[in-house]
Write a protein that binds this ligand. Structure first.
Ligand code: NDP
Length: 240
């Protein structure tokens, strides 16, 4: 199958869900580029046979340099997974401008800026896959996560709009919205809160990174070519 020659870029591939997507994509025969915010993280990826690049989506200079490097060396990228993410939780009354902007920059502005660059490569090939990792909270909202939920919801609306712009060129754009997945991000939740959350999940457990990456591996194939503009939920029934 043609996927063996395809190049995939995954932002935030040094840990968690992104790392699992990178490893699975490599296993499946893709040429894999992954990012980390640090040189150390990028080197860690190299050790696993993934081409590691440094990218900080909260730093416009870093994004500029990264995009230039893509144009110079990787204009054959056909698949993009906008996965990098952070949380800066706080209730709105206490939320600082910085907490608001950091999250908006990494999640929403970052997705726009990297997609715009890679999209030009895809348009030339008349084939492409963009998957944006969002969150259940984009749909449900979440106390203490107004910044995060607003950004993720913005990414979903961005995905649908872009899907309409580029569908005729063989490019699909979808969002994957996970619920609670066991990674460093959910490690921050205290035990009492975890118990409360588990009561709301019909499958009575958090998800695993590989359960998300498995779904993504399907969405990037030729077989998924009629799926676009969708938000696909994977949350153990937390939201239905
Ligand atoms: P992790 O915290 O495990 O990993 C985050 C990744 O993003 C790391 O590779 C990290 O790089 C990178 N990253 C962090 N800050 C930046 C930045 N400023 N610029 C570029 N990259 C950055 O997260 P998860 O694997 O849990 O989350 C992956 C995605 O899934 C995120 O978009 C998250 O919002 C979403 N998600 C996660 C859920 C969960 O329950 N885990 C639920 C719903 C959605 P580094 O290692 O260098 O810090």
């Amino acid at each position: 199958m043609s996927k063996e020659k395809k190049k995939i870029l995954i932002t935030g591939a040094s840990r968690g869900i992104g790392k699992d997507i990178a490893l699975k994509s490599k296993e499946n025969g893709y040429i894999v580029l992954g990012t980390s915010t640090s040189e150390e993280g990028a080197q860690g990826l190299e050790k696993k046979g993934i081409h590691g690049l440094v990218l900080n989506l909260n730093d416009s200079k870093s994004i500029e340099g990264f995009n230039d490097a893509l144009i110079k060396d990787h204009s054959d990228i056909e698949i993009l997974i906008n996965n990098a993410g952070i949380t800066r939780d706080n209730i709105v009354l206490r939320m600082s401008d910085e907490e608001w902007m950091d999250v908006l920059n990494v999640l929403l502005n970052g997705t726009f800026k990297i997609s715009k660059t890679v999209l030009k490569f895809m348009l030339k090939k008349r084939w492409g896959r963009i998957i944006n990792i969002t969150s259940t909270s984009a749909t449900t909202g979440n106390r203490g996560q107004a910044n995060y939920a607003a950004a993720k919801s913005g990414v979903e609306a961005f995905s649908r709009s872009l899907a309409k712009e580029v569908g005729s060129r063989g490019i699909t754009v979808n969002s994957v919205a996970p619920g609670y997945i066991e990674t460093d991000m959910t490690e921050q939740i205290n035990n009492k809160m975890k118990e409360e959350i588990l009561k709301q999940i019909p499958l009575s457990r958090f998800g695993r990174a590989e359960e998300v990456s498995q779904l993504i591996e399907f969405l990037i194939t030729d077989e998924a070519s009629y799926i676009t503009g969708q938000t696909i939920h994977i949350n153990g029934g937390l939201y239905m």
